[in-house]
Write a protein that binds this ligand. Structure first.
Ligand SMILES: Cc1cc2nc3c(=O)[nH]c(=O)nc-3n(C[C@H](O)[C@H](O)[C@H](O)COP(=O)(O)OP(=O)(O)OC[C@H]3O[C@@H](n4cnc5c(N)ncnc54)[C@H](O)[C@@H]3O)c2cc1C
Ligand code: FES
Ligand code: FES
Length: 496
């Protein structure tokens, strides 16, 4: 790549100021940058792992002709990924002569803060909601707070504050919204479609110019770490102190963020975040709607990508079991070579996936649920919100004349990889879809899985729950809820 097509710095707007950086720690996170270098200490560090939301900031980025602001956890977001973005911190909410922003004023009036440690993060989450969704209802408010932990106030006054500021309106006179056009044109001026390279003797940062460039860089540096939403990689740095000498950032690549609706499937770029995918998923595969809202919290869903959830190969990632049950496939690319494989074949063994050196996940194809098929996914975790699965089970069945014509059962958290229950499936194919046969098949779960015991659950617990989920699925397909009550939504997904 020629020198004139490479930039040696990143550029972004911090509140009102243009920032250009060409020399910084390659794994530096946004929170450290704000607190230690910019002396902007409104954003707090609680957990440093994306869980508590005390560090919440807004990041605005150009999406087509629009400027979209999203809440993110600054503790796990890398500074390098801010190139071309508008970073908004709680300090920017201050009005003339230090006046409180309406969201802050509502928190004061409704007594939404006690020790105050969580408050800047909560204000930023509510600000993101107020700005993007003035019509927000109770569920929207609760969803916007999923990623914010308050240990002392309790959520009732915070929700009251959210309701009162939403009811008061006033978004039109909000400075950030008023300045939207100005910020948008300032961000457009930063777009030069160049590759970014920032090197030291021991580290390298790349921001590819486009997907072809990503493929080229990966061929040259097959051991580099791809960073998409950083909701996993950020923790490797903060918690495991991993060094990761070569980082390739991809969250700016719009070619990896395409969402396409075909007649019988959804095609997603690997860089599509959970939040970006949610509306189309909810509309086309409504059985996944509630489940989707249980992946992380708002900030994690705004950052984390489906491609990252698959590529990391985790046995407890939430989307793989659901996508395997739906028969999803993924597109992989190495240089100019492209191939497509079934998602279930991607996972080989713990820490081992069918991905070659220099290859990356480019896309995910998700077949829609056919009319008459039953599909459900159940996430079992210790907390309802912002928690990793203990296990996750996904089921899809096609019946013909009361018998099972096709069935896919996939679990996360039951083996070293997301895996199908093929023995159980085999016992059910061709069999009558009856309570008795489900009971018999469930007994075979142990032939498919020997789960581990860990802090989230014992092996016995996991085995028992897996069997019960199969029974629950059966009951739901025949119009009974798992406690025996008639169900209104025989084809709906549940989220335990
Ligand atoms: C607070 C918190 C809550 C969470 N809750 C959940 C949850 O409820 N359910 C759940 O499943 N997960 C959860 N996670 C984990 C995480 O959010 C997901 O695994 C997420 O999807 C990872 O995507 P990412 O874009 O952030 O990946 P990154 O962290 O950027 O990358 C993850 C891995 O994938 C690789 N990678 C990323 N994109 C590609 C690509 N296109 N091609 C090849 N390799 C790639 C990276 O190199 C890295 O190895 C949570 C994480 C946090 C911090
Ligand atoms: S410090 Fe807890 S989410 Fe960032
Ligand atoms: S006010 Fe103390 S943690 Fe929320």
């Amino acid at each position: 790549m020629g020198a004139d097509s490479v930039r040696k710095s990143i550029r972004f707007i911090l509140n009102n100021d243009l920032v250009e950086l060409d020399d910084f720690e390659h794994t530096q996170n946004v929170l450290d940058f704000l607190r230690l270098e910019q002396r902007l200490r409104g954003s707090k560090e609680g957990c440093a792992e994306g869980d508590c939301g005390a560090c919440t900031v807004l990041v605005g980025r150009l999406v087509g002709n629009d400027l979209v602001y999203e809440t993110v956890n600054s503790c796990i977001r890398f500074v390098a990924s801010l190139d071309g973005c508008h970073l908004v911190t709680v300090e920017h909410l201050k009005g003339q002569n230090g006046a409180l922003h309406p969201v802050q004023a509502a928190m004061v009036e409704q007594h939404g803060s006690q020790c105050g440690f969580c408050t800047p993060g909560i204000v930023m989450s509510l600000y993101g909601l107020w700005m993007n969704n003035p019509e927000a209802n109770q569920i929207d408010i609760e969803t916007s707070l999923q990623g914010n932990l308050c240990r002392c106030t309790g959520y009732a006054p915070i929700i009251k504050a959210a309701k009162s500021v939403l009811a008061a309106g006033g978004q039109k006179i909000d400075p950030l919204l008023q300045e939207r056009n100005k910020i948008q044109s300032r961000l457009r001026e930063l777009v030069d479609n160049k590759r970014v390279e920032i090197f030291t003797d021991t580290t390298k940062i790349f921001l590819p110019a486009d997907v072809d460039d990503l493929a080229e860089i990966l061929l040259q540096y097959p051991d580099a770490t791809i960073v998409a939403g950083a909701t996993d990689v950020g923790l490797w740095v903060n918690k495991q102190m991993r060094q990761l000498p070569i980082l390739i950032f991809i969250s700016h690549l719009s070619q990896l963020q395409k969402l396409e609706q075909m007649d019988d499937e959804i095609r997603l770029g690997a860089g599509v975040s959970y939040s970006q995918a949610w509306p189309i998923i909810a509309e086309k595969i409504p059985q996944l709607d509630e489940f989707w809202g249980r992946i992380g919290g708002g900030q994690v869903r705004n950052m984390g990508t489906i491609g990252g959830n698959i590529a990391n190969g985790s046995p407890i990632g939430d989307t793989p079991p659901a996508l395997i049950a739906l028969g999803a496939s993924i597109g992989l690319r190495q240089g100019n070579k492209k191939r497509s494989i079934l998602l279930e074949d991607y996972f080989i063994a713990y820490g081992k996936q069918d991905r070659q050196q220099g290859e990356f996940v480019e896309s995910i194809n998700i077949p829609l649920v056919r009319e008459g098929d039953y599909f459900a996914v159940y996430k079992i975790s210790k907390r309802r919100d912002e928690d990793i699965s203990t296990l996750c089970g996904a089921f899809k069945v096609r019946l013909k004349g009361g018998k099972v014509e096709q069935i896919i059962i996939a679990f996360g958290g039951m083996a070293a990889i997301p895996k199908r229950a093929k023995t159980v499936e085999g016992a059910l194919i061709g069999a009558e879809w009856s309570r008795q046969n489900i009971g018999l098949a469930a007994k075979l779960m142990e032939e498919d899985f020997s789960p581990l015991s860990d802090v989230r659950g014992s092996a016995q617990y996991r085995s028992l729950v897996a069997k019960n989920l199969l029974k629950r699925f059966y009951l739901e397909t025949i119009g009974k809820s798992s406690d025996g009550e008639d169900s209104q939504v025989a084809q709906s997904a549940g989220a335990a």
